[in-house]
Ligand binder design. Structure first.
Ligand SMILES: Nc1ncnc2c1ncn2[C@@H]1O[C@H](COP(=O)(O)OP(=O)(O)OP(=O)(O)O)[C@@H](O)[C@H]1O
Ligand SMILES: N[C@@H](CCO)C(=O)O
Length: 317
């Protein structure tokens, strides 16, 4: 159950008067999702998604929502925030910051094939280019600075060998981040959490990508590595599936060719992307936040992926 703050149709009906959506006709809680309270709402203008932000700080929300607005205006299929009659896209509802966004058609594709991975690669490259002139700067809040801060909190819980792996990978990433190759990587606003459950398909057609609440400014290659590490792996073993990863990379490259530095950084970024989710899952597992209501994701999945990305050089970009 992932509605943490209930909203009745009556409450919604009063609140929605400030939006150009007519009367509210229905509200239905969405049971998946672990970060926010989400609802499908019916209005006289059609169906939308209402999100109440449970944990994110209100000062961080403009980055996410304005980025979605910016991308939607440039034809990238992402949920478009609906402004109220004063132009505001974040407004309090039941004491929580809340937003209404457009509803994407389709379903998640949890068993992706090369055709789906190609669609993702193409869209990711288009999204990176479309966000180039986005004006708000917010770092990836789950980047290197967070890894350095969080590792000491998690280390006491880990057996020696795992602690050693974690500490040495964080050091490796810190060293790599100081190299000219890393500093030469193109960067900008990235999604940073584009897993299978954050995209919608109608058949083989990608109808949209959503859940931008881990987005931030980082390297484009890191974003691609996060996406490859989820969409293009065998979920049992973590092994990269060549057909799916080649399909994704070829489609990305066709829109935005890779630089020489990106070729060099590919394996380090696949390792960084695995480390990012291993660490956040370890953190949620050992240090669950107060009022955490759901079982955390399995950290060992990304430990396995990290070990594989360290051991095996990936196919060249
Ligand atoms: N704009 C949208 N259009 C259609 N469906 C949506 C939209 N936004 C959210 N959903 C639905 O709501 C579900 C939960 O949304 P979302 O993933 O954003 O929540 P979350 O709490 O951030 O979850 P998590 O962090 O676990 O991914 C999605 O799986 C999707 O089914
Ligand atoms: N994609 C994250 C969850 C947060 O959206 C994970 O799988 O750990």
């Amino acid at each position: 159950m992932a509605v943490f703050t209930p909203v009745s149709l009556e409450q919604l009906s009063d609140w929605i008067e400030q939006f150009p959506l007519g009367r509210a006709t229905s509200i239905k809680g969405i049971s998946s999702g672990i970060e926010n309270s989400n609802f499908f709402i019916g209005t006289e203008q059609g169906e939308y998604v209402l999100t109440l932000f449970e944990k994110l700080h209100i000062e961080q929300l403009p980055f996410y929502l304005e980025l979605m607005r910016h991308l939607a205006q440039r034809g990238i299929p992402v949920p478009a925030p609906v402004p109220n009659d004063k132009g505001a896209i974040v407004n309090l509802l039941n004491d929580k910051p809340a937003a209404i966004v457009s509803k994407l058609e389709g379903q998640s594709q949890l068993d992706p094939q090369p055709v789906h991975c190609a669609a993702l690669g193409d869209m990711l490259a288009r999204m990176h280019l479309a966000a180039k002139d986005f004006k708000i700067l917010q770092p990836n809040l789950r980047g290197l600075a967070w890894w350095l801060e969080t590792t000491p909190a998690v280390l006491p819980f880990l057996p020696a060998e795992l602690g050693q792996l974690l500490a040495s990978e964080v050091q490796y990433q810190k060293d790599f981040a100081a190299t000219p190759d890393y500093r030469a990587l193109p960067r900008g606003p990235v999604h940073a959490d584009l897993f299978r459950n954050n995209a919608m398909f109608v058949g083989e057609q990608l109808s949209g990508i959503f859940d931008f609440y881990f987005a931030g400014c980082d390297t484009w290659l890191f974003d691609l590595a996060v996406t490859v590490n989820d969409w293009c792996v065998d979920l049992e073993t973590g092994v990269l599936d060549t057909a799916r990863s080649q399909a994704m990379l070829a489609a990305y490259r066709a829109v935005r060719p890779f630089s020489q530095a990106e070729g060099i950084a590919w394996q380090p970024m696949l390792r960084a992307a695995a480390l990012r989710f291993w660490l956040s899952r370890l953190y949620d597992f050992y240090l669950p936040r107060e009022a955490e209501m759901l079982t955390p994701h399995d950290p060992t999945h990304f430990e396995r992926i990290l070990r594989l990305r360290i051991k095996d050089a990936p196919p060249a970009l």
